[in-house]
Design a protein around this ligand. Structure first.
Ligand SMILES: Cc1cc2nc3c(=O)[nH]c(=O)nc-3n(C[C@H](O)[C@H](O)[C@H](O)COP(=O)(O)OP(=O)(O)OC[C@H]3O[C@@H](n4cnc5c(N)ncnc54)[C@H](O)[C@@H]3O)c2cc1C
Length: 232
């Protein structure tokens, strides 16, 4: 038996939201992310309105709106879910069995197996962060973008489009912009979240769509409802 019914790669706004909802509905969920220090970490602090009943709404506190405080509350809520296993690992490629996605390989070594695999990797595929004259391989300030998963997806034939987004300067951080790759729209089916090239593989969030935190959270919830329907 696979360790998880659903394995989600990336504990950002969309992946964490989907995992939270699935776990609450009794689904065994693995939520793996390359750094536990950046679970649901915003670029700039989130501001309401948020989708009603979302993890985003529950983790927001108008008395402590800073990004780090928001991240800490979201991580605490995720860790309190008994069907949800949040763990730190970097996915380096897909595990395939009989032509379907059956989990991921990890940089750390142990593979993670599941009946269904969701990629929720945000702006981290092929990411380049430009701050002044400096260019870093990072999807967010101080968070590296490693090449392995993208290289594996390219080997499997997946196609991508380039996207870019800016973060304005704030009193405590410089302005910067991130260029990254998102799945080509023809690879992804919006109604089912499926990456059609492989059975058992899904994608959600910024790696397939553009939008703000509220939209990513809404998409995470929509994915969870879809998978609950599929799982019967
Ligand atoms: C530069 C930039 C600025 C933005 N600013 C705003 C803003 O101010 N307000 C707003 O509403 N929206 C903003 N957005 C849009 C969007 O809301 C956010 O990007 C949001 O974080 C996307 O959610 P997500 O779940 O798709 O990805 P993310 O929240 O980025 O989560 C992806 C997660 O996947 C993990 N990950 C990636 N690759 C791997 C791997 N191989 N193995 C394991 N884990 C992995 C990462 O560590 C990360 O935690 C911005 C987008 C960008 C690119």
């Amino acid at each position: 038996m696979a360790a998880y019914q659903v394995l989600i790669v990336g504990a950002g706004f969309s992946g964490a939201e989907a995992a939270f909802r699935l776990a609450q509905a009794g689904v065994r969920v693995g939520l793996l992310t390359q750094s536990l220090d950046s679970v649901m970490m915003p670029f700039l602090p989130p501001k309401p309105p948020f989708p009603p009943g979302s993890l985003l709404e529950r983790a927001y506190d108008p008395e402590g709106p800073r990004g780090w405080a928001f991240h800490a509350r979201a991580k605490y809520l995720l860790e309190a879910e008994k069907n949800l296993h949040l763990f730190q690992a970097t996915a380096t490629g897909l595990l395939l069995e009989g032509g379907r996605a059956a989990g991921v390989r990890t940089w750390e070594g142990p593979p993670a197996r599941a009946e269904r695999v969701v990629l929720a990797v945000g702006s981290f595929l092929g990411a380049r962060l430009h701050v002044g004259e400096v260019v870093e391989e990072a999807g967010r300030l101080s968070e590296a973008s490693y090449p392995d998963l993208l290289e594996d997806l390219l080997r499997l034939g997946f196609r991508f489009v380039e996207r870019e987004r800016e973060v304005p300067e704030t009193p405590s951080t410089p302005g910067y912009r991130v260029r990254y790759l998102a799945f080509h729209p023809e690879e992804w089916e919006e109604a089912t979240f499926r990456l059609k090239r492989l059975e058992g593989l899904y994608a959600v969030g910024l790696c397939v769509l553009e939008g703000d935190y509220a939209r990513m959270s809404q998409e995470g919830k929509r994915l969870a409802e879809h998978l609950l329907h599929e799982l019967g």
